[in-house]
Design a protein around this ligand. Structure first.
Ligand SMILES: *Cc1c(COP(=O)(O)O)cnc(C)c1O
Length: 382
């Protein structure tokens, strides 16, 4: 059986988990800060906050950015629904804008139109997604956001290690805090770095960083923090805001530290597989997405677009190749339809959904398996 994505757990990973299981701390111990520091270094940002999962990362990010019931936030319909749901957790309104057909990313021109059609101040923020691992052009989004006084929360779940070179030749890694206010990552098993459950928020903004740490642990302020209003003694802590228990356990943080050591190697393997697929599908009926030279794609997913998507999906399953569809447009989910969106609202996203299929890509996918996937797909579309 060949799935579309798969984690890779080594003996070192297992040893790291056991080491922490035998330590005094199962959660909220030294491995949390160690993982945060290592992750921040890898991504190239100042601060990182480990949380229970990517969805929790999105939720406390929206809280830190001040999303409230009157807030309107723009995102893409082609993403995992959590990218939109986080706004709803804070009572805000999700406003979708269509994707660009070539990149499958949130179309900045559609966002610009939306902003121009409403009085300034209508929208508060944008949640662009580095879909499939293709880094969003945050240089352009930052410019637009600044023009309209918006914040940017980058959903980088698909793109740890992805990057792009901006118009003055500066390289920006996804989530490095140079252009977006906040970025988030997930360590779900199909993602680049797998801890089962886990997530991270990254930023260069100290104020946001402090809020994130507070919201991750009930909204509590602990000993040693100058923000304490009173101090009754060593036991004293203070609930200043309403937060959640979104902490990531030490056991999983140490697994994350171990996984992170192989992140660059895994990324390179994904890029090698993508290159092979690109070569095999070039000039065929299989439509592929080739990013421009200034973009380094992280290839969480390798998406193809074909005429008979359902036919190919079903056919591949008979060959034990478990391709997947990413994503059913979020605005077509019954929950969001209930809030007013409908079929026909975002034609590019809906057309993409009719034809997209994510084919297997993960670091341990063998060359033989890659060739098998290629030959079965080409055999079908011929
Ligand atoms: C995986 C994912 C999430 C959610 O992460 P979890 O850790 O599963 O909560 C959010 N956004 C995108 C784009 C994702 O792929």
């Amino acid at each position: 059986m060949i799935p579309y994505g798969k984690q890779n757990i080594t003996d070192e990973d297992i040893a790291a988990v056991i080491e922490t299981l035998k330590s005094p701390f199962l959660t909220s111990g030294p491995k949390v800060a160690e993982f945060e520091a290592a992750f921040a270094k890898y991504i190239g940002c100042k601060y990182a906050v480990a949380v229970a999962n990517g969805t929790a990362a999105l939720h406390i990010s929206c809280m830190a950015l001040g999303v409230k019931p009157s807030s309107k936030v723009i995102t893409t319909p082609i993403t995992f629904s959590a990218s939109a749901n986080c706004v709803r957790y804070c009572g805000g309104e999700v406003v979708f804008a269509d994707i660009n057909q070539e990149t499958v990313l949130l179309d900045i021109e559609k966002v610009r139109n939306l902003l121009n059609q409403h009085p300034k101040g209508t929208f508060e923020g944008i949640i662009p997604v580095d879909f499939a691992g293709y880094p969003v052009d945050l240089e352009a989004f930052r410019k637009l956001a600044d023009e309209f006084g918006l914040w940017i929360l980058e959903d980088s779940c698909h793109a740890p290690g992805g990057s792009f070179v901006d118009s003055i030749g500066k390289n920006h890694r996804c989530g490095d805090g140079s252009l977006a206010d906040l970025a988030i990552f997930s360590f779900h098993p199909v993602k680049h770095i797998a801890t089962g459950e886990g997530g991270m928020v990254t930023t260069n903004d100290e104020e946001l960083y402090k809020k994130l740490k507070q919201f991750r642990s009930h909204g509590m302020i602990y000993q040693g923090d100058p923000a304490l209003i009173e101090n009754h003694g060593g036991w004293y802590m203070e609930l200043q805001e309403l937060g959640y228990n979104y902490r990531m356990p030490d056991v999983l943080c140490n697994l994350g530290i171990s996984q992170l050591k192989r992140a660059e190697e895994g990324l390179e393997k994904r890029q090698v597989i993508a290159k092979r697929y690109n070569g095999a599908f070039a000039g065929t009926k299989v439509k592929i997405i080739i990013p421009p030279a200034n973009v380094s794609h992280a290839y969480h997913l390798y998406v193809i677009q074909i005429e008979d998507r359902k036919g190919l999906y079903d056919f591949l399953r008979t060959k034990q190749i478990y391709a997947q569809v990413h994503y059913i447009p979020v605005h077509l989910m019954p929950y969001y339809k209930g809030l007013g969106s409908k079929a026909g609202d975002f034609p590019n996203a809906e057309k993409y959904y009719e034809h997209c299929l994510s084919i297997p890509i993960y670091p341990t996918l063998t060359e033989e398996e890659q060739e098998f996937v290629i030959s079965e797909i080409l055999g079908f579309v011929k």
